[in-house]
Design a protein. Structure first.
Length: 303
């Protein structure tokens, strides 16, 4: 590992004077980490700065600034540098410690598998290393209006286990409503609360019925944790039925000032379908009464 003074003196002075806001400090920190990573990867590959400059069409002077943490590089230039070192762009901008060699090699192996073989590989890993008591924890996933809360209450009563609504758990831990979390701290903060809420529920309960937010599938790390610690059931329905149920609950926000609401809902469903399909089971409630839906749900439970 090579070390060098990677903070420009002018920036140090500005930090000491308090003229850099927190966002700028974080940006500077990222640029320093990025510069260090490019430097380390270049040296590891035995490439001089001159060679990298030639292969990437990025000037040596600019590379020197970048490696010193003082270059605000464009995404196009960064793509050229990644291509010159023959590494994926996402690997170049990764923050945090270098992953262990086993994980790097495993990822390389998995990229060569077909989608069908990948599914088999994941099922094998989950069955081998699944969290203790996974099948006693039932997670109902799906879009808003799928029936997660209503059917969840019925299922929890039937199984004599607690119903855990993730939204309420998040709001309790945060000490504010979900809308306040988003408006004050942004989506990243909500995602952190969401993951901590899931971990807390799994740690403190051997058996429960869980009703998470419909967007949990968009956060891959949290969703993977849910899949490996709970038996998941996807409650699905047509976009029209999803919308009708939400409006039937007295919430007309999805339609307010949005003539494309139905198309947007259909696009969301299509975009998330591949992840929802990773659930252990699926229950389609389109056109079914509440009791019919519950009967189908019971049949989807693990033996």
């Amino acid at each position: 590992m090579f070390y060098r003074n990677s903070i420009a003196p002018m920036k140090i002075e500005r930090i000491e004077q308090g003229t850099l806001d927190e966002a700028q400090i974080e940006d500077d920190k990222f640029l320093r980490q990025l510069g260090e990573r490019i430097f380390d990867l270049r040296v590891r590959r035995g490439m001089t700065r001159k060679i990298l400059s030639h292969d990437s069409s990025v000037s040596e002077r600019y590379l020197a600034q970048l490696e010193a943490g003082d270059g605000n590089i464009s995404i196009v230039r960064l793509r050229h540098i990644a291509g010159a070192m023959d590494i994926p762009l996402e690997d170049l901008i990764r923050t945090g410690p270098e992953p262990p060699p086993e994980l790097i090699l495993l990822m390389q192996y998995l990229t060569r598998l077909s989608p069908a073989r990948l599914t088999q590989a994941r099922e094998l890993l989950v069955s081998t290393f699944e969290t203790r008591g996974r099948r006693g924890r039932i997670a109902l996933i799906g879009l808003r209006g799928a029936g997660k809360t209503t059917l969840g209450k019925m299922l929890a009563e039937h199984l004599k286990v607690p119903l855990i609504e993730m939204t309420k758990l998040i709001e309790r831990d945060a000490g504010m409503t979900v809308s306040e979390i988003f408006s004050l701290n942004g989506q990243a903060a909500y995602r952190r609360y969401e993951r901590r809420a899931l971990q807390s529920a799994v740690k403190t309960h051997d058996r429960f019925v869980l009703s998470p937010g419909g967007s949990i599938v968009t956060e891959s790390a949290t969703f993977d944790e849910l899949l490996t610690s709970c038996y998941s059931i996807w409650l699905k329905a047509s976009p029209e039925e999803h919308m009708a149920r939400v409006i039937g609950q007295g919430d007309r926000r999805p339609m307010k000032d949005n003539r494309e609401a139905m198309k947007d809902l259909a696009r969301i469903l299509v975009g998330r379908e591949a992840m929802y399909a990773k659930a252990d089971a699926a229950v389609d409630t389109t056109g079914l009464t509440l009791q019919q839906s519950f009967d189908v749900l019971l049949r989807a439970l693990p033996a």
